[in-house]
Design a protein around this ligand. Structure first.
Ligand SMILES: Cc1cc2nc3c(=O)[nH]c(=O)nc-3n(C[C@H](O)[C@H](O)[C@H](O)COP(=O)(O)OP(=O)(O)OC[C@H]3O[C@@H](n4cnc5c(N)ncnc54)[C@H](O)[C@@H]3O)c2cc1C
Length: 388
């Protein structure tokens, strides 16, 4: 079998999972990342392993992807999660009304959901608001945003993948309408050079539109930032969500000794220029406190923003990006007349493995190979193995 060379652009969770999958299928793999691995959106999210319940009413495709991958990741990456479950809490009559559609949506998506009285919820989480009327328990969990992808990188490396950090793609080389490789700049030496490949996978998340443009194709991506607020102290031990359709400040994730409140949503053209709107930070306090009032008194640790790679036309939901699906999409740019170039974008950190499986199925088919995905059953190496 010819040893095909696949080049992956982007060292977030998605690129890591693609590298692992292709290396397991026997390809020669090189991944380039312009900064440190996980330095994009991946290293900056809440760290919530989604059960999918957040999307069970309005975005069921994404909800089903989340619950499926949530179960697979627990199996292949044991020890990476605090298996703390989550609560959706209703603090108004409107929230209670929504809980009916919520429980129904969870059932439709195969997400286990257990209705609790306020007293039962308080026994689990004493800091909940006194306004709590009911809660629903679902299988959310806390993950380490960086260490989970590092396990994919470590496993890819041990199967021969080369990971080149501080290596930025500045151009895509083509022969006719076929992509033949990439032009990169090494940030350590400021040298430019080319790397050839049989296929190039664009896994640059919110930057995927910019990288696709270098190949002369279009990816309808809407970089959609959100603000997160880290407070000192664990205000809860489970993941706390508000029983509402997705909105601002409706998630609190306990992360080691911190509590992370998120998030907001707006859209930008350039994912390198997000800013940190002060009113969004204030909204994290105001909305978070409706679920856990102690949010208002907890000492501030940090606030930051990161951009979701949402798939949507430029005009779609121009204000906030809330209505755009959290599902993912793999684009084979042969459909636009450019061969040898595939983009994977959208999705969640929770669905990184599933995104990679879908992409690598396309890659091997394009190369005329028969090589089945093995990542559902292959246990990942510990994150430390990435460094050793
Ligand atoms: C506020 C917020 C909260 C979130 N919370 C959660 C959560 O709790 N749970 C969850 O499951 N999901 C969450 N998400 C979604 C999740 O973080 C993203 O879907 C996921 O991290 C995207 O990973 P990625 O690898 O596709 O993109 P990225 O992590 O952004 O990786 C892309 C990489 O490409 C690199 N790159 C860009 N251009 C180039 C170039 N020219 N050359 C080389 N490299 C390049 C970048 O440096 C970057 O490292 C959240 C998102 C946001 C914005």
């Amino acid at each position: 079998m010819k040893n095909f060379h696949a080049l992956i652009v982007g060292g977030g969770g998605t690129g890591a999972a693609v590298a692992h999958d292709l290396a397991l299928r026997g390809l020669r793999v090189t991944l380039v990342e312009r900064g440190e691995v996980t330095s994009g959106t991946t290293g900056r999210h809440h760290g919530l392993l989604h059960s999918g319940a957040r999307y069970a009413v309005n975005d069921q495709e994404s909800a089903i992807e989340c619950i499926e991958e949530n179960l697979i990741l627990r199996r292949i990456a044991p020890g990476s999660f605090e298996e703390n479950d989550g609560l959706f809490v209703a603090v108004t009559e409107e929230d209670v009304e929504y809980s009916h559609a919520f429980i129904e949506g969870c059932a439709e998506c195969g997400i286990p959901a257990q209705r609790l009285t306020a007293a039962e919820a308080f026994r689990l989480e004493p800091n909940l608001s006194a306004e709590t009327i009911l809660a629903v328990r679902i299988p959310d969990a806390t993950m380490d945003a960086m260490r989970l992808p590092l396990r994919f990188f470590a496993s890819a490396k041990s199967n021969g993948a080369e990971i080149k950090t501080y290596t930025e793609v500045v151009g895509i080389t083509k022969r006719g309408n076929t992509v033949r490789g990439i032009r990169v700049m090494d940030h350590a030496t400021a040298k430019h050079y080319e790397i050839g490949a049989d296929i190039v996978v664009n896994a640059t998340g919110p930057w995927s539109g910019q990288v696709a443009e270098m190949a002369g194709v279009d990816v309808p991506i809407r970089p959609s930032p959100g603000v997160m607020l880290a407070l000192r102290g664990r205000l809860c031990n489970m993941v706390i969500n508000r029983m509402t359709p997705s909105g601002d400040g409706d998630i609190i994730v306990p992360q080691r000794g911190l509590s992370v409140v998120g998030t907001s949503s707006w859209v930008v053209d350039n994912p390198d220029n997000l800013g940190l709107p002060k009113d969004h930070v204030q909204r994290m306090y105001d909305e978070g406190a409706k679920m856990i009032p102690r949010v208002l008194d907890a000492p501030f640790r940090a606030a930051w923003s990161a951009a979701r790679p949402l798939i949507g036309e430029r005009k779609a939901d121009a204000e906030s990006g809330r209505a755009l699906s959290r599902t993912f999409k793999c684009f084979d740019h042969a459909d636009e007349g450019v061969e040898g170039f595939v983009t994977i974008t959208g999705g969640k950190a929770t669905t990184l493995r599933g995104m990679a499986e879908a992409t690598c199925d396309v890659v091997v088919e394009k190369l005329g190979l028969e090589a089945a995905c093995r990542t559902r059953e292959t246990q990942l190496l510990p994150f430390e193995a990435y460094y050793t």
